[in-house]
Design a protein around this ligand. Structure first.
Ligand code: SAM
Length: 310
């Protein structure tokens, strides 16, 4: 077989994303509803798409006719939209940044990182995140560049909405993966990408829909920083609102799967999710995760998978 005739590797996340579900894909796919496999479910809805580990994995495998992804993080949604609309221009800009980075000394690389970070933060003011603009291409390139070269591959904003993660000192970071961006663009071409709160998904859900809900983790220890996806975090009130949405979508006849951290890993008497989802199936699966800020405490904890079907 020649190199060109090799099938392209399937699309996968193009950003490193806190809470990404790559590690949990096997457990999640073992618990999909039968209606996805037999083709009765034709619509896919993911209100907390993040880096899209589950979205890409499922859309690579199943030919949903329609799909809708959402996230509150406007910068993330901007990148998804640019990949969909301006793949080649984005590749061109990333190619340039990657060459600059790779050919530089350690000091040059660090200088490039901080000058891109400054530009990224300075330009934020003028952006209308609702309306596509050709200027978004550079911003999306900066965002991917910063994500691949910053410390720990985080995408963290401070209260002012500025990206504030320091330089990562990686020897050989992969800044541009052309083939993957093209595969991702193919999938996004048939996907609606919508910024905003998870409740916005309601009108796209019917009885032929599979909904995967992966909200920010409920912190399992007081030092955990895993609710810091956006500048606003995700409170127990938001978890209540989400349970309300779960009930509503259940009544519409959709098949729903939700994942979250298991608070009982830390406090065996915490019934938070059992109370919110008492009408549904709750399973615990083992997960390995960093459970404190400095990353030193990596222990065995569980993840919850909650479904409205068996
Ligand atoms: C656990 S992450 C999702 C990770 C994703 N499943 C993956 O594999 O990369 C949770 C996501 O929810 C988003 N988010 C936080 N609050 C939200 C809200 N109120 N509505 C919609 N999305 C929200 C965050 O920006 C973050 O991307």
């Amino acid at each position: 077989m020649t190199k060109d005739s090799n099938p392209a590797p399937p699309a996968h996340p193009f950003l490193k994303w806190a809470g990404g579900k790559t590690q949990l894909l096997r457990q999640l796919s073992q618990r999909l509803p039968a209606e996805i496999k037999n083709g009765e479910i034709t619509n896919y809805v993911e209100p907390f798409v993040g880096g899209g580990a589950v979205f890409f994995s499922l859309t690579n495998k199943f030919p949903f006719k329609t799909r809708y992804i959402f996230d509150l993080n406007e910068e993330l949604i901007l990148v998804y939209r640019v990949i969909k609309k301006s793949t080649d221009k984005l590749i061109h800009e990333l190619d340039f940044l990657e060459s600059e980075y790779i050919s530089g000394s350690n000091e040059d690389r660090e200088r490039l990182f901080y000058s891109v970070r400054d530009l990224f933060n300075q330009k934020k003011q003028g952006i209308n995140f609702q309306k596509y603009d050709p200027g978004w291409v550079t911003r999306a390139a900066y965002c991917i560049f910063l994500n691949r070269t910053c410390y720990n591959g985080l995408f963290r904003m401070n209260r002012k909405g500025e990206f504030n993660v320091p330089f990562g000192k990686y020897k050989n970071p992969r800044i541009l993966n052309k083939n993957n961006l093209r595969e991702v663009a193919c999938i996004l071409n048939k996907t609606s990408i919508i910024p905003g709160d998870f409740t916005g998904c309601k009108k796209y859900v019917d009885n032929k829909t599979f909904v995967y809900l992966d909200p920010p983790y409920r912190p399992i220890s007081t030092t955990s920083s895993f609710t810091a996806y956006s500048k606003d975090g995700f409170s127990d009130k938001d978890q209540d609102r989400l349970a309300g949405l779960f009930h509503e979508l259940d009544k519409k006849g959709a098949k729903i799967m939700l994942s979250n951290s298991d608070p009982r890993s830390e406090n065996p008497n915490d019934p938070f999710f059992e109370e919110l989802y008492s009408d549904y199936t709750i399973e615990r699966v083992p997960a390995r995760r960093i459970i404190n800020c400095n990353g030193s405490d990596r222990g065995q904890i569980n993840e919850l998978i909650i479904t409205n079907y068996r």
